[in-house]
Ligand binder design. Structure first.
Ligand SMILES: Nc1nc2c(ncn2[C@@H]2O[C@H](COP(=O)(O)OP(=O)(O)OP(=O)(O)O)[C@@H](O)[C@H]2O)c(=O)[nH]1
Ligand SMILES: [Mg+2]
Length: 228
């Protein structure tokens, strides 16, 4: 049977981690021919994230160096699936859509699917400040790279693991999300699609440091355009 690895970065997510893992439609994925591996990457949570993730049946990997990108790189390095799926540990992404998205990847022979959180977004799900920041980052991506992604910062992806070998992923922090998309859609020109999803209110404490991460992501886009 083919395998899917669901990779979940989690930093102090004791409120969402168990429900995130339990929401994974393991049986449905097996019915369409994929055994499921669930990997949680924790780098230094000081709550019960690791312990709860393990008790919910996930493989928990501890990455000593902090960072969203660092966590993903570690997770990808131990993922055994031919297909990798990513979600946050905060109940924001529609985990129940994973089988549908995997079928889409296979049927349309895509290499990568990224998701658009803004498609059906209700008021109050994201702060006005974050919406503004996302708009700036999407516009900058369009101007610098001529890619019309509607959501350059989404963290829910479905892709073939085989593409990872050709990607130059340098960021260890929050810019990892945009860098991954640029490497796939711009530098390597893989076959990809952006799919609308529902995005929900986060449980637990926000990890994003608003202006600071926003500006870091913006400068990262400019730097990436100059030196890949
Ligand atoms: N392992 C690890 N996970 C992280 C780190 N920073 C963030 N995360 C996780 O990565 C996911 C994305 O971070 P979020 O804080 O949800 O960031 P976001 O989705 O951009 O914004 P909000 O959901 O609005 O907070 C969550 O599951 C976090 O727990 C980190 O340094 N290490
Ligand atoms: Mg989140």
């Amino acid at each position: 049977m083919a395998k899917i690895s669901i990779v979940i970065p989690a930093l102090n997510e004791e409120l969402g981690i168990v429900r995130t893992i339990q929401a994974i439609p393991v049986q449905e994925l097996e019915n369409i021919g994929h055994r499921v591996q669930v990997i949680v990457i924790d780098n230094g949570s000081n709550d019960r994230t690791s312990e709860l993730a393990r008790s919910a049946g996930a493989e928990v990997i501890l990455e000593p160096i902090r960072g969203y990108g660092k966590a993903y790189k570690k997770g990808f390095s131990i993922a055994k699936g031919d297909i990798i799926v990513t979600v946050d540990a905060d109940l924001t992404y529609p985990i129940e859509d994973i089988p549908k998205l995997v079928i889409l990847l296979e049927q349309e022979k895509l290499d990568f699917i990224t998701t658009n959180r803004f498609a059906y977004m209700k008021d109050g799900v994201m702060s006005q400040r974050n919406r503004f920041g996302n708009n700036v980052l999407n516009l900058t991506t369009r101007l610098l790279f001529n890619i019309s992604l509607k959501d350059t910062q989404s963290g829910m992806w479905i892709f073939r693991k085989s593409i990872l070998d050709s990607l130059l992923l340098r960021s260890n922090g929050m810019p990892f999300s945009e860098e991954l998309k640029l490497e796939i859609c711009y530098y390597n020109r893989y076959c990809w699609k952006e799919v609308p999803i529902e995005y929900r209110v986060r449980v637990g404490e926000i990890k994003l440091r608003g202006w600071r991460d926003g500006l870091e992501n913006l400068f990262y886009l400019v730097r990436k355009r100059i030196i890949r």
